[in-house]
Design a protein around this ligand. Structure first.
Ligand code: G1P
Length: 281
């Protein structure tokens, strides 16, 4: 199986929880400090050695393409001034990878968004990053950790974390059997045999929730084509992954690091404070 080179970013959602801020600005472009959420995700993917960023956008998302491009006017204005340093990071991001885009015409769920990205991914394994789950780690980033796991186990990998039981209806929740692997802490790896999208606490199969990092093998596209609308009438990646899990092809991984739910105002503020404190240190 081939190496992972591409990262898919579903970025077509409306971001209604951040209205009115997201009326004319994509939620993926909201900044934590001075950097848009999506740029954090792209940097995490570059760190993991991925070089093609495949972004599924929608109407009103053109600023994403402009962000990952050169602004000649701006470059001209600030050339040779002390402000030039502010563009250093984004310039190096643009130099380190290529970007391709496709539009999701209708919002029919995360599974549908990922299927829309098939045209950009083709027949190879790939990573998926949901930019509103912002991750940070002192050591290897979450995607670095997941790519390593993929290289060993050659199957789909989902990142999970323990959640308070009452939050189960915000996440895909998994269950399975612990995999013994001397390189990982006990319980860090689970061979998934059940997964449910946003179950009520009484129906949750465990307290392990999927966060927005996935490694998927290309078979997922065929499964998604046959996946019926599930929770909320949407095509859910969780339902498609359950089909792969039934044949032992999904591992859940309790990753090392912090994760902020920047899809919620609370999580966004928490991330902002965290990165501010970190930058000051
Ligand atoms: C999506 C997935 C869900 C996952 C979550 C992680 O939900 O459907 O399974 O747990 O991302 O952030 P969303 O947050 O887009 O509603």
């Amino acid at each position: 199986m081939s190496k992972i080179k591409k990262c898919l970013f579903p970025a077509a959602g409306y971001g209604t929880r951040f209205l009115p801020a997201t009326k004319a600005i994509p939620k993926e472009m909201l900044p934590v400090l001075t950097k848009p959420l999506l740029q954090y995700g792209v940097e995490e993917a570059i760190e993991a050695g991925l070089s093609t960023m495949a972004i599924v956008t929608g109407r009103g998302k053109r600023s994403i393409e402009d962000h990952f491009d050169i602004s000649y006017e701006l470059e001209h204005q600030i050339k040779g001034t002390s402000k030039e340093g502010y563009l250093k990071e984004i310039r190096s991001v643009i130099g380190a990878c290529t970007f391709s885009y496709t539009r999701q015409i209708e919002m029919k769920g995360l599974g549908h968004a990922i299927l829309t990205g098939e045209t950009l991914i083709g027949d190879e394994p790939f990573a998926v990053v949901l930019a509103d789950d912002l991750c940070d780690n002192e050591g290897d980033g979450v995607l670095v950790q997941m790519v390593k796991l993929y290289e060993k186990y050659k199957c789909c990998v989902v990142a999970v974390e323990e959640i308070p039981p009452q939050d189960s209806n915000k996440y895909g929740v998994i269950a399975g059997d612990i995999i013994k692997d001397e390189n990982y802490a006990k319980g860090a790896l689970v061979r998934v045999n059940d997964m449910v999208e946003k179950p009520e606490p009484k129906d949750a199969p465990s307290n392990l929730a999927i966060i927005g990092r996935y490694i998927l093998t290309p078979e997922i596209f065929e499964v998604l084509k046959d996946t019926k609308p599930g929770k909320g009438g949407e095509i859910q990646i969780t339902d498609a992954l359950l089909e792969m899990a039934k044949i032992g092809k999904v591992i859940a991984y309790k990753f090392d690091g912090k994760r902020f739910d920047c899809g919620s105002v609370d999580g966004f503020v928490e991330a902002t404070n965290y990165f501010y404190t970190k930058a000051e240190a």
